[in-house]
Design a protein around this ligand. Structure first.
Ligand code: GAR
Length: 216
């Protein structure tokens, strides 16, 4: 008998390309998770149409309809409890959540961040990477905790920063890496290969150690 697949809710705010990568990966029969729902805090997020086309149930919890962060988070919590996911994947979900919400779902929430954490937490990561002059940049999948972009790291992908890069070129290179990294990190977490031990994520990986990425 195949192992039961983890139920995943994906939280989005915008375009939804990472969500689409997760939906595509979960369409493979051997992927250890199914995308049970996509929830957006913005009614006009492009992600919603992509999810609907893929046959994934969608819901909108519009943050503008609530007077406070606490009320929005309570509505999001209620929607998530309806879906009853094992794992909640943030995929370009651009809302800060209250500590009360985080406490309820901590240990089950994954986020993808467009930088090699702990460098470049927060916004405008690509512009700051260019300004700083780092030669390697990338993306991180990590557990969500109360401190923004600071939860235990599950997996990272590095890409070179090229001399001619502007923000768009660098963002596109990182985004392509995000689309490879997020399904892989979700699969490792869902299978229990990646798990939290003493505040850090350990990964039982059968893969060979990759060569160093050296640039230039
Ligand atoms: C992605 O690059 C993701 O890493 C980033 O937003 C983009 C969403 O694109 N997330 C953050 O910056 C979170 N702080 P997408 O909607 O096409 O997946």
């Amino acid at each position: 008998m195949p192992a039961p697949r983890s139920r995943v809710a994906v939280l989005v705010s915008g375009r939804g390309s990472n969500m689409a990568a997760l939906i595509d990966a979960a369409a493979q029969p051997d992927f250890p998770a199914e995308i049970a729902a996509v929830i957006s805090n913005r009614p006009n997020a492009g992600a919603l149409a992509i999810a609907e086309r893929a046959g994934v149930p969608t819901a909108v919890v519009d943050h503008k309809a609530f007077a406070s962060r606490e009320e929005f988070d309570a509505a999001l919590d209620a929607e998530l409890r309806r879906v009853a996911p094992d794992i909640v994947c943030f995929a370009g979900f651009l809302r800060l959540l209250t500590p009360g919400f985080i406490e309820k779902w901590e240990g089950r929430m994954l986020n993808i961040h467009p930088a090699l954490l702990p460098s470049f937490k927060g916004l405008d990561t690509h512009a700051r990477a260019l300004k700083t002059g780092v030669k390697l940049h990338g993306c991180t999948v990590h557990l969500v905790t109360a401190e923004m972009d600071a939860g235990p790291i599950i997996a990272q992908a590095a890409v070179p920063v090229l001399d001619g890069d502007d923000e768009d070129a660098l963002a596109a290179r990182v985004l392509a890496a995000e689309h490879r990294l997020y399904p892989r990190a979700l699969a490792a977490w869902a299978r229990g290969e990646a798990r939290l031990v003493d505040g850090r994520v350990t990964t039982a990986s059968a893969a060979d150690e990759p060569p160093a990425l050296i640039w230039p």
